[in-house]
Ligand binder design. Structure first.
Ligand code: GLY
Length: 430
């Protein structure tokens, strides 16, 4: 098979790493890819939001399967266009991708199908949004841009004043362009975050190993929200009982809801959840593999991923048994560029990639990187993710940071607390 992976981040490097190991695969193309994917696949210079260019590429290269990494091309209808030309594609059409592309659509969907989530209200006018914030007694509140914002559209505000500034920036000054002209204001849900990813063809569902992401930029969950600064899989505080609740109360009703609304969905449903004292609640849906969740999940997947991608793309997922998992823990540490998630540096040479990759049980997945004649250079906010396997979180953590500390670039930063969270008794006995 010839497989085209769309995207150029750490998730796509991990997908290329895993897919290229499949005996079913003859060639892997990545559009546009990064310096990491260039080592194990053929990068093609077509950007992920160029729907026409990608369809053309898939046709001229006669690819057998397209795997779409990021949300933007899915929201723009890439999967619909590919399906119309009879090319197998792993990723939902625009109707399914709306679960991620519009926060208000997702909230309406959750409420309509009685899937547990925080209370929220949507606003199309800034005056009404500000009046709502001024009437709140409970702080903090969460202000979300309705549209896609590359992980930068969620604001936790601790007063009406702070909230009103964000409302003005989004709705009046259009800080995030059209993504923020509608907003959702949501109660702040307290608990432990879990990312649950499931492969589906709209009929059957295959739940992947759960992951703990670390969204905030600073140690101890401080600082601004990011796309994710580190991962641990399996999730350290999630019991199998709560996992069953998530399956019964979130994933299965999501699938039923999609069917009832006649929305086909072949790809990944990724539920970002909060484990609260009253059970799991959905914070958001994503319509694609998570980043950096995928890096940890794929390190632990022992089975070939490709048969699952193909089966989901063809509506035959029920024919497969579940994959085998490595029982070890994976810790993934994201290395970022100074300034991220705001304006960040680019173009700094990265040293130590070979030394880091040589640490036992470590794989370094590159994200925002590009190759120059002599060096791999930083080219994004999240530069790479160092993943390590170990018999427990301590061992995996030790290896991940040992490898991470061998890497050098100007402005490098990371959280130092990935893999430190331990099961709390309260969580485990529920
Ligand atoms: N790590 C969160 C995401 O992929 O959206």
């Amino acid at each position: 098979m010839k497989v085209l992976i769309v995207g150029g981040g750490g998730r796509e490097h991990a997908l290329a790493w895993k897919i290229s190991q499949s005996p079913l695969v003859r060639e892997v193309l990545v559009a546009p890819g990064n310096a990491g994917t260039a080592k194990l696949a053929r990068n093609v210079d077509v950007v992920a939001k160029d729907v026409k260019g990608l369809v053309e590429l898939a046709k001229t290269e006669k690819v057998d399967l397209v795997v779409v990494g990021p949300e933007e091309p899915l929201v723009l209808g890439l999967a619909d266009e590919l399906r119309a030309t009879k090319i197998d594609v792993f990723g939902p059409g625009a109707a399914g991708a709306k679960l991620e592309g519009s926060k208000s659509f997702a909230k309406d969907f959750l409420e309509a199908h009685r899937i547990p989530t925080g209370m929220s209200k949507k606003f199309d006018r800034s005056g009404a949004a500000k009046a709502f914030l001024e009437g709140q007694k409970q702080w903090p509140q969460v202000v979300k841009a309705d549209g896609l914002a590359a992980g930068k559209g969620v604001f936790i505000v601790s007063s009406a004043r702070e909230g009103c500034v964000i409302v003005d920036q989004l709705m009046e000054e259009k800080r995030l362009g059209s993504a923020g002209v509608r907003i959702v204001i949501e109660e702040f849900v307290v608990g432990e975050e879990v990312s649950v990813l499931a492969i589906t063809d709209g009929e059957a569902i295959l739940i992947l190993e759960p992951v703990m992401d670390h969204k905030q930029a600073g140690d101890g969950d401080t600082g601004p929200n990011t796309g994710g600064m580190g991962v641990v899989s399996p999730h350290p505080t999630l019991s199998s009982r709560v996992m069953r609740q998530i399956e019964q109360h979130v994933l299965v009703p999501t699938l039923h809801g999609l069917r009832r609304e006649e929305i086909p969905f072949r790809g990944v449903i990724f539920a970002g959840l909060m484990l609260t004292d009253s059970g799991p609640k959905v914070l958001e849906y994503n319509c694609r593999f998570g980043d950096p969740e995928t890096q940890a999940v794929l390190r632990r997947m022992k089975s070939d991923l490709v048969p699952y991608l193909v089966a989901a793309a063809r509506g035959k997922l029920a024919e497969l048994d579940g994959p085998d998992w490595d029982r070890r823990v994976c810790v993934g540490v994201v290395g970022a560029s100074e300034g991220y998630p705001g304006e960040y540096r680019r173009g700094d040479a990265i040293e130590g990639l070979d030394e880091a990759g040589a640490v036992e049980d470590v794989v370094v997945f590159q994200a925002g990187t590009r190759a120059s004649a002599r060096h791999v250079l930083t080219d994004g906010g999240r530069v790479l993710c160092v993943t390590a396997l170990g018999d427990d979180a301590n061992v995996a953590r030790e290896k991940a940071y040992t490898a991470f500390d061998k890497l050098r670039w100007n402005g490098k930063f990371a959280r130092r607390d990935i893999g430190l969270k331990r099961p709390s008794k309260a969580r485990i006995v529920r």
